[in-house]
Design a protein around this ligand. Structure first.
Ligand code: 13P
Ligand code: SF4
Length: 344
């Protein structure tokens, strides 16, 4: 054990169960070795919601994940981040004012507000989650977007989904919604760039946001691995563009990707389209059992901001500036959207 690891282990021992370290699959191995729980966004939200003992949670991920943990834990439990600049750019692609304009725009059509349901991807600000919660909406992760969409559609609702275009369209397609009943809302344009006829017929309207880590995956990369490796199984994250998902054998959250790899027959060859650190870790873990190939190396620089050294400093000093405090006025409506998600 090196000095840093020892320091963290000592600090952990002194805090005991009063401190919990949560970490997302895209964190480095150096950070992950210290985590009490590692998960996708859904698992980490569930873990935070069920945590009763810890007075402090050190959240190694990006800000929206830590905000979600703060919203789902009791007010006296405090959530901290190793680096306050670990932000998800996709979450910044929609703010509450823009969401309000979009909601007003779409609900002028197709039967009014009662005919629609906002669904907010957890990769969003607390403000946007609060907006959705306030309007009867749900949150979802990549692990349960299909269930959230299905629930709304079974209720006879049309959906305004934000902020990821690709997850929205991929999910609508999974549920068999024809492309002519989907529309892409561009917040930079009047009426989202949509005509009244389009809004009248759309059952799913998705916000034009994206993840730059996952839009780096391309159809040609899938064609290349299929040519090179006979029988390769291709799995990608649903934040990938729709043509990439369409050419893959399946898509799923980070937890689902791990599950597919670990349950694949021995000697399988699996090509993966998601963040490189997770893919590299799976490749190492599976050495000698299964072959894991990255469709390409795509790193999330925001996740990279959390380092072992910053985690050590956090556990030592707990600077107030690194405490995530979702504003009181947003907590309750945002919690509503998240609890509707967790209840499914
Ligand atoms: P998961 O919920 O699948 O872990 O994804 C989170 C994320 O940010 C993917 O880019
Ligand atoms: Fe955000 Fe993409 Fe990084 Fe996930 S991989 S945290 S969506 S920038």
């Amino acid at each position: 054990m090196d000095n840093l690891s020892e320091k963290i282990s000592d600090l952990r021992r002194s805090w005991g169960s009063r401190v919990l370290i949560l970490a997302h699959h895209y964190q480095t191995d150096a950070v992950l070795q210290h985590a009490d729980a590692i998960g996708d966004s859904l698992e980490l939200a569930r873990r935070a919601a069920s945590e009763t003992k810890a007075e402090r949670i050190a959240f190694c991920g990006v800000r929206f994940m830590a905000e979600t943990a703060d919203i789902l834990t009791a007010p006296q439990q405090r959530v901290y981040v190793p680096d306050t600049e670990a932000l998800c750019p996709m979450a910044a692609m929609a703010d509450a004012a823009e969401a309000g304009i979009a909601w007003k725009t779409v609900t002028r059509y197709g039967g009014g507000p009662d005919a629609w349901r906002p669904i907010v991807y957890v990769n969003s600000t607390a403000e946007v989650k609060a907006f959705c919660g306030h309007h009867g909406g749900w949150a979802c992760t990549s692990g349960n977007a299909t269930a959230a969409f299905r629930h709304a559609l079974d209720d006879g609702r049309r959906i305004l989904f934000l902020p990821d275009e690709h997850l929205g369209v991929n999910t609508a397609r999974t549920l068999g919604i024809p492309d002519n009943q989907q529309a892409i809302y561009d917040p930079a344009l009047d009426n989202g760039g949509l005509s009244p006829q389009t809004l009248d017929t759309a059952r799913v309207v998705v916000w034009k946001g994206y993840c730059h880590v996952h839009t780096a995956f391309m159809a040609e990369q899938i064609a290349a691995v299929r040519k090179r490796y006979a029988g390769v199984h291709v799995i990608v994250h649903p934040e990938c563009p729709t043509n990439v998902v369409a050419l893959s054998d399946e898509s799923g959250s980070t937890a689902r990707i791990i599950e597919v790899v670990r349950n694949a027959p021995p000697d399988s060859i699996i090509a993966i389209g998601t963040e490189a650190r997770l893919v590299r870790r799976l490749a190492r873990e599976q050495q000698g059992q299964r072959t894991i190939i990255p469709l390409q190396d795509s790193i999330c620089p925001n996740m990279s901001r959390n380092t072992e050294s910053k985690l050590a400093t956090l556990l030592d000093l707990w600077p107030e500036s690194q405490c995530v405090n979702v504003h009181e006025s947003l907590r309750e409506p945002a919690r509503l959207a998240l609890e509707r998600m967790l209840a499914v």
